[in-house]
Write a protein that binds this ligand. Structure first.
Ligand SMILES: C[S@@+](CC[C@H](N)C(=O)[O-])C[C@H]1O[C@@H](n2cnc3c(N)ncnc32)[C@H](O)[C@@H]1O
Length: 214
């Protein structure tokens, strides 16, 4: 399985409604690598049915909270229903766009995302927004699709028919450059599994410099 619910193991999804996990369209499990701690505020970019938000909310309790951001009312409503069913209170779901995150500067400790950044038309803007809302020293840990370098236009068009995700993906070099340009440091891009002959799922991690480094 390259996308979706089968990527979650039983422990990771404990306490999360089956409907949230079953509706997952992710390509990894960012919460497994995000190094979440009680008290953290976590933001999930493109939260969908809310599975990663609910998993995060449990990890950051007590004292922390998890925020899901999604552009569609249907997904926000579904995620809120899933949170109610799970009995998880330290969550909030916001309707809005990754390109214009409706949160103040420096307001979150960790940004996660699961297979969404590749869908955005202006990925550099999304990464600048992620960096803006992170506090100094905050962490960025996302699952996303990265395209192999040297892909020609015909291959991109062919993949677009297979799934919109892959055709829009950045290459490893482009992702690294966009994170550098956004001011994030210590970038690590680790391929996890192939999702197509010309693309792979990857965990992308980075960090916003602490104030004294900046
Ligand atoms: C492939 S699904 C992944 C959902 C979820 N992260 C998961 O793992 O199941 C993409 C989600 O991102 C949302 N989305 C896509 N582009 C967006 C954007 N520019 N701003 C906000 N939400 C976006 C969609 O509405 C959808 O719920």
């Amino acid at each position: 399985m390259v996308f979706g619910a089968d990527l979650y193991d039983r422990d990771a999804a404990a306490g999360v409604p089956d409907s949230a996990v079953a509706a997952s369209l992710g390509c990894g499990v960012p919460t497994a690598v995000a190094d979440l701690h009680p008290g953290d505020t976590v933001l999930d970019l493109g939260s969908g049915a809310g599975a990663d938000v609910l998993i995060s909310a449990r990890r950051v309790a007590p004292g922390g909270r998890a925020i899901g951001l999604d552009m569609t009312v249907e997904m926000i409503d579904l995620a809120r229903r899933n949170a109610t069913e799970a009995g998880v209170g330290n969550v909030e779901f916001l309707q809005g766009y990754l390109e214009e995150i409706p949160l103040p500067d420096g307001s979150v400790d960790v940004v996660i995302s699961n297979c969404v950044i590749n869908l955005a038309a202006d990925k550099s803007r999304v990464l600048r927004e992620a960096a803006r809302v992170l506090r100094a020293g905050g962490r960025f840990a996302v699952s996303d699709v990265i395209a192999d370098s040297g892909m020609d236009e015909a291959t991109r068009a062919d993949m677009q028919q297979w799934t919109g995700c892959i055709a829009g993906a950045l290459t490893r070099q482009q992702f690294q450059q966009a994170l550098d340009d956004a001011g994030l440091v210590d970038v690590e891009i680790t391929e996890t599994h192939r999702v197509h002959s010309h693309a792979a799922a990857a965990i992308v991690r980075a960090r916003k410099p602490a104030e004294l480094e900046g």
